[in-house]
Write a protein that binds this ligand. Structure first.
Ligand SMILES: Nc1nc2c(c(=O)[nH]1)N[C@H]1C(S)=C(S)[C@@H](COP(=O)(O)O)O[C@H]1N2
Ligand SMILES: [Mo]
Length: 358
């Protein structure tokens, strides 16, 4: 990935942004994100898959390779779980200098109900051999990235792949997966950044040495320069976002709010531990006060928060900050890295409060 030399967004970035949309922040109001409002990230093209001829191949270092149809998967025990998914590149465009890629501001998130069948029993049926160390998940989609032609592929250490909450999902919010979210089958790994949740799954392969594919070994690593090996991106670091209050200015999205009591609300999540508290600042991060937090329906679904703000006339910058049970929290200023991953610096929402008209 290249680093941008100007602050202006390029046409390449605009093209990516127009294909891969964010969650409109007002949609944080929905407990479960309606499918069309959930963010999207598609590296290459959305495959068009015939469910009749599609098969999932489970193989590699296993005793009994399996070939499964969609009907086979649907006839297995099913589970539905609410999971907050966030792209590891969320916040990338707010870094300076920024890496030239999908230029997310902060809306690359959604909270959906995924239905599928647990992965662990399938791996057990296939019989993972003693030499198996990782499991590689391959999507049908192909493209070129970093000058390398590739299928979209990511791996998980065996222990993480065998975790009880990892699903092979064929439905979202009670409907078959739509093409853009991975029809007919995707991986769901609660708590991990989006790149782990491989869509359009074609093959699951147990390997006897760490996977060195491009999306594993070159990308999705926190590094300060291109030559550095860096450390892998795994679980989601905490973030809180607010429903932008009042009404927006069309172009700048600056919020216009009437003076007086203003109820702020939003969501907060972390892949490392439950959200312990959310704080709100109305002075750009100088002073903070606690919001009321209500946990979500499952461990990896976002929590809700509320805060009564006494809006005084004038210009303000609103921020919110989440802290999880491990003590992880959000910085005021972004922590820069070469590819622009995991930027969970606090949201800044400029608001103009005008004297009440009534
Ligand atoms: N096969 C495949 N799986 C994929 C991707 C992809 O391009 N191809 N993108 C990944 C990334 S980077 C993210 S953030 C999530 C986005 O999931 P969504 O579009 O369903 O929100 O899917 C992941 N799974
Ligand atoms: Mo992503």
């Amino acid at each position: 990935m290249a680093t941008a030399t100007t602050t202006e967004i390029t046409f390449d970035e605009l093209g990516l942004a127009a294909r891969n949309h964010a969650l409109p922040l007002e949609a944080l109001r929905h407990d479960v994100t309606p499918v069309g409002l959930h963010y999207l990230l598609i590296h290459y093209d959305i495959p068009s898959v015939d469910a009749q001829t599609w098969r999932l191949e489970v193989g590699g270092a296993v005793d009994r390779p399996l070939t499964l149809t969609l009907a086979d998967l649907r006839s297995r025990p099913s589970r539905t779980v609410a999971v907050t998914l966030e792209c590891a590149g969320n916040g990338r465009a707010l870094l300076a200098p920024r890496s030239v890629s999908q230029p997310w501001l902060n809306g690359a998130v959604g909270n959906a109900e995924w239905t599928g069948t647990p992965l662990a029993p399938i791996l057990e049926e296939a019989g993972v051999r003693a030499e198996g160390v990782e499991v590689v998940f391959r999507g049908i989609d192909r493209g070129v990235q970093g000058d390398v032609e590739q299928s979209y592929e990511r791996s998980l250490p065996l222990a993480d792949a065998l975790a009880d909450d990892v699903l092979l999902a064929y439905a979202v919010n009670g409907q078959p997966l739509p093409p853009q979210h991975g029809f007919p089958l995707r991986l769901v790994v609660p708590g991990w950044y989006g790149m782990t949740h491989v869509k359009w799954l074609a093959a699951i392969t147990v390997v006897d040495e760490p996977f060195r594919g491009w999306q594993q070994d070159v990308s999705y690593r926190i590094r300060q320069s291109e030559d550095e090996q860096g450390t892998p991106v795994t679980r989601i670091v905490p973030r809180a976002l607010m429903v932008p209050p009042g009404i927006p200015d069309f172009l700048t999205r600056t919020r216009i709010v009437e003076a007086g009591r203003c109820e702020l609300q939003g969501r907060a999540w972390s892949g490392w531990g439950p959200i312990e508290h959310v704080e709100v600042s109305a002075d750009g991060g100088e002073t903070w006060a606690d919001a009321t937090v209500e946990p979500g329906p499952s461990r990896f679904a976002w929590s809700s928060w509320r805060f009564e703000w006494d809006a005084a006339p004038g210009e303000h910058v609103l921020s919110c900050r989440a802290t999880d049970a491990t003590g992880r929290t959000q910085p005021l200023d972004a922590e820069w890295n070469f590819d622009g991953f995991c930027n969970n610096a606090v949201q800044r929402v400029p608001v103009v409060v005008r004297a009440a008209t009534r």
